[in-house]
Write a protein that binds this ligand. Structure first.
Ligand SMILES: Nc1ncnc2c1ncn2[C@@H]1O[C@H](COP(=O)(O)OP(=O)(O)OP(=O)(O)O)[C@@H](O)[C@H]1O
Length: 365
């Protein structure tokens, strides 16, 4: 799929912007703090109805304004349609093909993105939270069922944690909440498990190529509640929740569940986070990102768009070349960079450069 154009109003430091994109490569070039990442963020919000940098929507609205919107035209292999999202103090409203959606989860999935930012290089070494965010964003883009289960689970979890903090906690009430939580947890965990199996297949192949067949990458789902393929997931989860009721009442918080899941990466059987070199950790992150592109293609029949936020300079020439061979002519790509010299010359063929200065864009076509 391709994002043909973007129209932004009062978003971050953009008062107003109308821009047409190149179908292959778009470079957002500019000095620090001019608005390169803001532009990438606008595309991300149009895809996922939320920012990758903040959970506070009011930060997205231009200073001293109270409404912001982002419109875009998306072209897939068989259709072209507008997407729009507006952000105000009252919340977010989104439209697909001019029709307002009742829930934002219905909006997600019309423009698929893979974002690769410097923080992603820490997917292996960073906190489990980073990996859970990765699971949620990726599973959510390919499965509405996952998105719904996640949103219900998170709401119930807040409710349960609130309740656990009250002075008089009734275990019967906790049991009711646990039954509902286990229902959604079973969906989340089943989807995460199959997603990791699929992404592992693609990432292992990519990693093998990058490492000249020297390294075998494997990825394990380190579920907080151990699951067995032969058991009924919901029943297993519920019985683990039951086992923890007393402890949770004592500690006043939910101690088990998919909100504590993790993912572990291995190279040749050794944990990359613990034993891997920095280079191996970077290659693993790159392999996983490239695998996401292939996985979205397999699941949706369309390649996602790729957002590279200041990450090319972090990759050496051979990793940039690997990235290039995966995306070439297939994946519309948006790159932010302070300097074109950071980018391998092989990549800079068929493209358009947009120079960003203080929230304005100069198209150098
Ligand atoms: N809500 C907002 N309203 C207006 N301006 C904003 C808002 N949020 C951020 N900015 C401004 O946007 C600018 C930062 O933009 P951005 O993060 O896109 O920088 P960048 O061009 O990617 O720079 P770098 O190369 O340093 O990452 C800052 O000047 C900041 O003050």
């Amino acid at each position: 799929m391709i994002l043909e154009s973007l129209n932004v109003h009062q978003f971050r430091n953009y008062e107003s912007l109308n821009i047409h994109f190149h179908p292959k490569l778009n470079i957002f070039l500019g000095n620090n703090a001019q608005g390169k990442t803001n532009l990438l963020e606008a595309i991300y919000v149009l895809a996922l109805a939320k920012s990758h940098r903040t959970s506070k929507d009011r930060e997205l609205m231009m200073f001293d304004t109270d409404e912001s919107y982002i419109n875009g035209i998306v072209r897939t292999s068989n259709q072209s349609f507008p997407l729009s999202i507006s952000i105000s103090k009252q919340g977010k409203r989104a439209k697909v093909n001019h029709l307002e959606v009742a829930k934002l989860s219905e909006f997600i999935g019309h423009l698929n993105v893979v974002l690769f930012a410097p923080e992603d290089l820490s997917i292996v070494k960073g906190s489990p939270q980073v990996r859970r965010k990765f699971l949620n964003v990726e599973c959510g883009q390919i499965s509405k069922v996952y998105l719904n289960a996640l949103s219900q689970y998170q709401k119930l979890l807040i409710q349960k944690n609130h309740y656990l903090k009250e002075r008089q906690v009734d275990p019967v009430m906790i049991d009711v909440l646990n039954s509902q939580l286990s229902e959604h947890a079973s969906v989340i965990m089943a989807k995460r498990s199959s997603f990791i199996r699929m992404i592992e297949t693609f990432a292992a192949e990519i990693h093998r190529d990058i490492s000249n067949h020297k390294e075998m990458l494997s990825i394990a789902y380190n579920a907080n509640i151990k699951i067995d393929d032969n058991e009924d997931l919901k029943t297993t989860i519920k019985s683990v929740f039951d086992d923890y009721i007393d402890k949770e009442i004592e500690r006043m918080q939910t101690l088990v569940g998919p909100h504590r899941d993790d993912v572990i990466f291995f190279i040749n059987g050794k944990n990359v986070g613990t034993y891997g070199s920095q280079g191996q950790q970077r290659t693993t992150a790159l392999s996983v990102k490239l695998a996401e592109i292939e996985l979205i293609y397999q699941e949706t029949g369309e390649y996602p768009i790729l957002l590279l936020d200041d990450v090319l300079s972090e990759l050496d020439e051979s990793r940039q070349t690997m990235l290039l061979s995966t995306i070439k002519n297939r994946v519309q790509t948006f790159v932010t960079t302070p300097s074109i010299s950071d980018i391998s010359h092989d990549i800079l063929e068929d493209m358009e450069t947009f120079t960003i200065i203080d929230g304005t864009v100069n198209d150098e076509r």
